[in-house]
Every structure is written in structure tokens, then in C-alpha cells.
Design a protein around this ligand. Structure first.
Ligand SMILES: NC(=O)c1ccc[n+]([C@@H]2O[C@H](COP(=O)([O-])OP(=O)(O)OC[C@H]3O[C@@H](n4cnc5c(N)ncnc54)[C@H](OP(=O)(O)O)[C@@H]3O)[C@@H](O)[C@H]2O)c1
Length: 248
């Protein structure tokens, strides 16, 4: 581990990730890369899940290459990841896209598949790997768009569906050996949002800090309303879904 990063992480105190196998989807995107770098500095073993066929090369501040296993996957073929997920302790579902102002049937299909349905399928698949022997965690990156406007109707619709499915299935899937964390992020700069206020590095650091504190609801945003509204939204959904639905 690069010395400067190791010192920074010791200061932050993140031994929770030391030696754990962490897989991240959307690995070649801005937040994917930033998370992999932070996790590497915290001593995790990395699996980069990417839909890209380009090699993913990440560098520590010392110039050393970050050791990682790169696995190619595609939306709709989640089942192919069973073998990889069997040896994963923390899965970060981070991939996503923003069709901005589009509203064509193709854009609807793409947004729902990529942002909502593949995230739900990965949740089910990863939960099946939990046999109680190894504690596992899944972190699902929804968005502030779950509850606020994002000037992109399909992004809002698909992120709301992703968040609602997560709330519904958490009623049956969350257990001591299978921890579910929801990441609710405000605007940060990336290909998906070039005018975001925060940097992906800052967001990744804050995610790791709050996950280390063992928060189930990880919020990183400059918008104070989200800190009030998001816990209320998840709590009221939990109560409503619990009251009007039942497990298999
Ligand atoms: N930027 C923001 O303001 C913001 C705010 C809140 C939440 N988020 C969420 O944060 C996550 C990461 O986004 P980002 O801002 O870092 O954007 P990004 O740089 O565009 O990264 C998103 C990554 O998702 C993967 N992806 C995109 N389309 C895909 C497809 N059809 N199939 C499979 N993978 C696909 C790609 O990674 P691979 O090529 O490696 O597969 C892509 O690089 C997303 O879920 C996004 O909704 C972003």
C-alpha cells in the first residue's frame, strides 16, 4: 500500500476493509475508480466489474499500479457473475446511466434495465451467496434523485424504482450476515454529470468513512434537505411495505 494513503487511512481508521474482497460495478466510471483507489488504500482486495473491454489501470499516488482483478459483465447477464460473487465479501452496485432529456421507448428500456433491474438482480444473486458463514455486505448506489428532481425524468424514474425495490426486498434479505447499505449521493463530477458540485474522490472517501461507521443509510451531499427527507422516506416506505406485503 502506498505510504501516504496508508497513513491517511490509519488516520481515518478504516481497518474494516483490510483484506476483504470487494467487487465494484461501474468500475471504470468516475466514482467506480475513486472507490477502488480508496478501497485499495484501506487494504481491500479488489474486483473491478466492468462492461468495458478496455483494461482498467489505476495508479496509487506513489506511481505503483493498483492490483485488481478485472471481470467483464453486462446488464442482463448477471447470473454469469455467480462464481465471482461467491468469493466477494462486499459488493458495491455502482453502475448507472443518465439518458437526460430522452423519453423514447429505447431510453426507457435502457434506464430501467441498467439503473433499476440489474441492480435488483445483483441484490438477489448476491443474497443467494449468503450462507451465514462469511459476513457479506451489499452497497447500492441509488441517488438523491430517489426523492428529488434531477432534471432528467428517466433518471428519476429508474433511480426511484431502484430505491423502492431495495426497500421492499430489504424486508426479507437484510440479516446480520447480509448487511445492506444504501448510498444516497448528491451531484458529483463525472461523465454522467459533468457539472456536479463535489469530486468523485471526496464522495468515495465519505462513503468509506460512513460505511466504516456501519451506517445503513450513507448520505453524501451538500443539500441539507436530503439528510432530513431521505431517512423519513426510507422509514415510511419500510413501515408501509411491511404492513401491506409479505415474504414468500
Ligand atoms: N454523478 C452524479 O452526480 C451522481 C449522483 C448521484 C448518484 N450517482 C450514481 O453514481 C453511480 C456512478 O456514476 P458516475 O457519476 O461515476 O458516472 P460514470 O462516470 O458515467 O460511471 C458510470 C459507470 O456505469 C457503468 N455503466 C454505464 N452504462 C452501463 C451499461 N449499459 N451497462 C453496464 N454498466 C454501465 C460504466 O462503467 P463500466 O464501463 O466500468 O461498466 C460507467 O462508467 C451511478 O449509479 C450514478 O447514478 C451519480
Amino acid at each position: 500500500m502506498a505510504q501516504a494513503e496508508a497513513i491517511a487511512h490509519r488516520r481515518m481508521g478504516l481497518p474494516r476493509f483490510q483484506g476483504r474482497t470487494v467487487a465494484v460495478t461501474g468500475a471504470s466510471g468516475s466514482l467506480g475508480r475513486a472507490l477502488l483507489l480508496q478501497l485499495d488504500a484501506a487494504g481491500a482486495q479488489l474486483i473491478a466489474l466492468t462492461s468495458s473491454d478496455q483494461p482498467l489501470l489505476l495508479e496509487r499516488s506513489s506511481g505503483e499500479a493498483v492490483p485488481l482483478e478485472q471481470v467483464r459483465w453486462s446488464v442482463g447477464q448477471e447470473q454469469d457473475l455467480s462464481g465471482v460473487l461467491a468469493r466477494t465479501e462486499i459488493l458495491v452496485v455502482n453502475h448507472g446511466l443518465n439518458c437526460h432529456g430522452e423519453r423514447s421507448p429505447e431510453a426507457i428500456q435502457r434506464s430501467l434495465e441498467v439503473n433499476a433491474l440489474s441492480s435488483w438482480r445483483l441484490l438477489e444473486l448476491f443474497a443467494q451467496q449468503d450462507h451465514g458463514s462469511t459476513p457479506r455486505e451489499i452497497w447500492i448506489n441509488t441517488s438523491e434523485a430517489e426523492i428529488q428532481a434531477a432534471v432528467s425524468p428517466l433518471y428519476e424514474i429508474s433511480k426511484r424504482l431502484q430505491g423502492q425495490l431495495l426497500s421492499l426486498r430489504s424486508l426479507d434479505l437484510a440479516r446480520p450476515s447480509f448487511r445492506i447499505r444504501r448510498l444516497v449521493l448528491g451531484p458529483f463530477r463525472s461523465a454522467l454529470n459533468p457539472i456536479g458540485l463535489m469530486s468523485a474522490d471526496f464522495v468515495a472517501r465519505e462513503i468509506l468513512r460512513q460505511a466504516h461507521w456501519d451506517l445503513g443509510l450513507v448520505i453524501v451531499t451538500p443539500n441539507p434537505l436530503t439528510y432530513v427527507l431521505m431517512p423519513l422516506a426510507t422509514l415510511s416506505r419500510w413501515a408501509y411495505f411491511r404492513m401491506v406485503s409479505r415474504g414468500a
